[in-house]
Each structure stands twice: as C-alpha cells, then as structure tokens.
Design a protein around this ligand. Sequence first.
Ligand code: GRG
Length: 294
Amino acid sequence: MTGNYPSDLRREVDAALKTYFPSVDRQAGDLGRAMEYALYSPGKRFRPVLALTAASAVGGRYREAMPTACAIEFIHAYSLTHDDLPALDNDTLRRGRPTCHVKFGEDIAILAGDALLTEAFAIIVNEQLETAPTERVIGVLKEISKAAGIKGMVGGQAVDIIETGQEMDLETLRFVHEHKTGALIEAAARCGAILGGGTKQDIEALGGFGKRLGLAFQMVDDILDVAGSVESIGKNVGSDRENNKMTFASGVGVEESRRMAQETIDEAIAGLDGSVSDQDGLIELARFVIGRTS
Ligand code: GRG
C-alpha cells in the first residue's frame, strides 16, 4: 500500500469486522458464505479507517467508533457486490478474486448485497449504542441513511447509469462522483467526528474534508482504470471504456484529471484550516488518496 497508510488501523478493522458478522441460518444456504466472501476479501478498508481517524482527530477514542466504521464497510461491500452485477458494470474480477456473482450466482449475490446493507444498520443500532450516547447514534443513522440512499450513493449511481453512453458535462460528472463515491466517504468522516464528540464546527470541517477526499478518490479510481494494472488494482482495467462510461480521465485526459485530483486534495487539507485539533492522521490519508496505486 502506498505512502504511510495506517495498516495497524486497517488490521484492527479487519479483526472487528469478524466480530460483527451475523449468524446466518443454515437454511439460507450460500447467503452467509457470499456475504463473508464480499466482506472479507482483501480491501483497503479506507472508509472505516477514515471514520476512526476522524474520531481521533476531534479528540475521541477511536475504538468507540468501531461499530459504525465496520457498518460503513458492510455498506461499501454491498455497493461493490451490486455494482459488479451483469446489470450494472458486469465485472468478473474484484480485489483479485472472481466477483461475488461469478462465485455464487446472480441471485445470491443480489441477496448478499441486500443483507449486507441491512446488517449495517443492525450493527449501528445494536452495537454502537453500547459505546455512544443515543443522540450521537441517531446523528450517525441520519448521516449514513442519507449517504447510502437516493440523496447519496444510489442516487449518484442512477445518474451514472442514465448518462451512460453520453457526453456528460464536468458539472454532472462531478455530481456523479460526489454522490456515487463521495457521499459514503464524506459520511465516514462526519460519523467519526460525531462519535468522537466533535463540535458542530468539527463535524462540518470533517464533512468538507471527506467530501473533497471522496471526489479525489473517484478521480484517482478513474485514472487507475486507464493507467493501472490488473495485479495492482485487483480488477479488470478498461472497465469504464468497455461500459461506455465517461470519467474525468476520458473527459479531460489522465494528466489533467491527475492535476484536478491533486488540487482537490490540496483543498481538502487547506479546508481543515486549524479547525480540527489533530490533523496528522487526516493529512496522511489525504496523501494516500492521491498516491494510491490500488
Ligand atoms: C442497488 C442495483 C444497485 C446497485 C447499487 C450503490 C451502487 C450499486 C454502486 C455505487 C457505486 C460504487 C460501487 C462506488 C464505489 C466506487 C469505488 C471507488 C470503489 C472502490 O473503492 P475502494 O478502492 O475498494 O475503497 P476496496 O476494494 O479497497 O474496498
């Protein structure tokens, strides 16, 4: 992993994810195995790591935010599982392995995604309430339900689908990126700040940071789809072109989109502007986003 990515936090998230896995009725057949497959395959755990880092940045104890951090990874795993389906991107490789529907069939992959999304909310209401005051947990539920739904990830994905095959203007493309990918990353930062006991100003500062990070994250993702390698990104390259998807990389070129991503990261860091007490971990994550190769 490039740069000073906090691998210790990633390992803690990996361990915690196992503890939140639901017991699955044997009658549900492959469902549990498909959920585990989607969840435990080797991802970066960027969103949970960001949530934990945000909790520390505002002076909180990061481990107390672990249930929500893991719940966000459950939602991320659902979104990848559904995004790979034949009706969407029709991808066969994810995190260096066959995609969930290739391994378990489309029907089970759809259900595994549905169940991962639902379990995420069960983790928050059952586990997060053990370590955080009710009003903070309600704040987290508001953030995550908005980020995952029509006003966030699914809404952004819908516009992406509707616009497929057409020349999008950069404003629409930015909308797609900020919603499809950015919303969950922004929510991770905001939830970390909420659970860490941040002030309103902290939460807004972390939200602005997360929003810019999310936009840059997707810009870099588009670049990697053109200029990355299968070995490094663990998925097939050229998927956007194959699916007729416009991206910043195809719209303005790889060099210009790299410059725009760097500018967005610089703005994210500048936007913290002394308003958050401990910024080092956040800045490391921002640098990771621009330098990442996987
Ligand atoms: C409801 C049918 C249906 C589909 C929804 C919500 C959705 C499908 C798709 C959202 C789009 C999406 C998958 C956005 C995420 C884009 C992205 C940059 C993924 C890669 O994230 P990384 O690099 O992956 O963090 P790892 O593997 O490291 O976790």
